[in-house]
Design a binder for this molecule. Structure first.
Ligand code: 5GP
Length: 121
């Protein structure tokens, strides 16, 4: 999957589409998912043009990588779920059903989240 400058998160980063911002710093933006799958569902994205974790871990600077994970922790605090529990997830590629080709970390919480995956035989 190659980077598409017109993907929806690139447009959010350019301010062309609104979002409900949770947190922002020089390298990272966090905002609520438009179609939440849990009482709390926030997305954390790098501002740089990275499609997947593989892409990001190879090409991003140490500062960008640190900022992304610090933002995930910050979101858990800002959303009040750091103690009650939360789940982070990042889909990459077709088998994982990645819809938006800009790296994003889902942060779910706010209630029991059920099993991690539905087991397939
Ligand atoms: P993926 O399937 O790629 O891991 O997740 C993409 C996520 O982006 C989905 O949970 C979807 O609801 C969310 N999403 C898609 N379009 C928008 C949008 O315009 N705004 C926001 N806030 N989230 C979006």
């Amino acid at each position: 999957m190659s980077y598409d400058d017109n993907n929806i998160f690139a447009r959010i980063l350019r301010g062309e589409i609104p979002c409900r911002k949770v947190f922002e710093d020089a390298h990272t933006l966090a905002f609520d998912d438009i179609n939440p799958q849990a009482p709390i569902h926030t997305l954390v994205i790098p501002k740089g043009k990275y499609v997947s974790m593989k892409d990001f871990s190879e090409k991003a600077s140490d500062a960008e990588i640190a900022a992304l994970w610090r933002a995930v922790g910050k979101v858990s605090e800002l959303k009040g779920i750091k103690d009650s529990g939360y789940r982070t997830l990042s889909n990459a590629g077709v088998n994982a059903h990645q819809e938006v080709p800009h790296l994003h970390i889902h942060v779910f919480g706010g209630g029991p989240l059920g099993p991690m995956l539905v087991k397939k035989s």
